[in-house]
Write a protein that binds this ligand. Structure first.
Ligand SMILES: NC(=O)c1ccc[n+]([C@@H]2O[C@H](COP(=O)([O-])OP(=O)(O)OC[C@H]3O[C@@H](n4cnc5c(N)ncnc54)[C@H](OP(=O)(O)O)[C@@H]3O)[C@@H](O)[C@H]2O)c1
Length: 267
């Protein structure tokens, strides 16, 4: 698949590259000439992605790393530093979902979701920031969700963790202007991935839910993610739902609340 932008020679780190959107993004970017650093916990899956890329003539480095571990992150940064000395793009894609109403969920569910989707994501950004500063015009992207724009019943932990990420990205956009680093938020609709079998249920157990009907393929979502970076979009969506949420939250939040309640109920 041809993707937008000039990626030849770019150094790109993708967190959560062992599956789903992260894996497809890494494959597309490597096909387009980028060197991709693949970061996740499942090293066997990462090595498979790296082999696939190398088999197609691309360049990839698999970095086994739990983003909740400072030691793992420092080791990963060391390997990227040795390999290239700079980073053009950081794609903060690793994440989990969490299903369940606030009044029916264990507090630990919120803590774990915030830990991975927010705190660990900020630590990834902190650790790789010097390498991003070393590249002129670097980009940092957060892979979020329309749910990060406006809470949705039954998704309070997921929504809150991504919304916090939005504020983080917006702040960095201003703080890092002097370093010529831009930030970007990508909010895909439903995508066919393993997210619903890796997230958390209200009781803290691992989710096991069916894929949402009509979910787009990960490869298609990845192409739209790359287009958002190529076009320097501050925030990008893959469908109408996200765009409608974006405008209604500012212009008519009560109407948006009614529409959401009609669509999903109260959770
Ligand atoms: N699928 C959707 O419908 C959808 C919609 C909107 C937004 N998103 C967002 O898209 C992003 C990617 O999710 P996906 O849908 O592609 O699901 P996925 O296939 O489950 O991918 C999640 C990735 O995150 C990694 N990850 C999770 N915890 C980690 C940790 N502690 N350390 C390092 N890596 C970790 C996983 O790798 P390991 O398990 O190997 O560590 C995996 O590669 C998420 O941020 C999600 O919120 C997804």
């Amino acid at each position: 698949m041809n993707v937008e932008g000039n990626w030849q020679g770019k150094q790109v780190l993708v967190t959560g590259a062992s599956s789903g959107i992260g894996r497809s993004t890494a494959l597309h970017l490597a096909d387009a000439g980028a060197t991709v650093y693949l970061l996740a916990r499942r090293i066997f899956d990462l090595e498979r992605v790296a082999s696939e890329i190398e088999g197609r003539g691309g360049r990839a480095l698999a970095l086994a790393c739990d983003i909740e571990s400072g030691a793992d992150l420092m080791a990963a940064e060391h390997r990227v530093r040795q390999s290239s000395g700079k980073l053009d793009v950081l794609i903060n894609n690793a994440g989990i979902t969490a299903h369940g109403r606030f009044d029916q969920s264990l507090p630990a569910v919120l803590r774990k979701t915030m830990e991975i989707n927010f705190f660990a994501m900020t630590e990834v950004t902190r650790i790789f920031l010097p390498l991003l500063k070393a590249a002129r015009g670097a980009q940092i992207m957060l892979v979020s969700t329309p749910t990060g724009l406006f809470g949705v019943p039954g998704r309070y932990a997921y929504a809150a963790s991504k919304a916090a990420g939005h504020a983080f990205m917006e702040t960095l956009s201003m703080e890092l202007k002097e370093n010529h680093i831009s930030t970007h938020i990508f909010c895909p609709g439903y995508v066919q991935t393993g997210l619903r079998s890796s997230g958390l249920a209200a009781d803290g157990e691992v989710l096991s839910e069916e894929q949402e009907k009509g979910a787009m393929e990960a490869s298609e979502a990845a192409a739209l993610l790359i287009r958002a970076l190529a076009r320097n979009k501050r925030i990008a969506f893959t469908g109408l739902n996200g765009r409608v949420m974006y405008f209604l939250r500012a212009l008519a939040p009560r109407l948006l609340e009614k529409l959401i309640l009609k669509k999903v109920g109260s959770g």
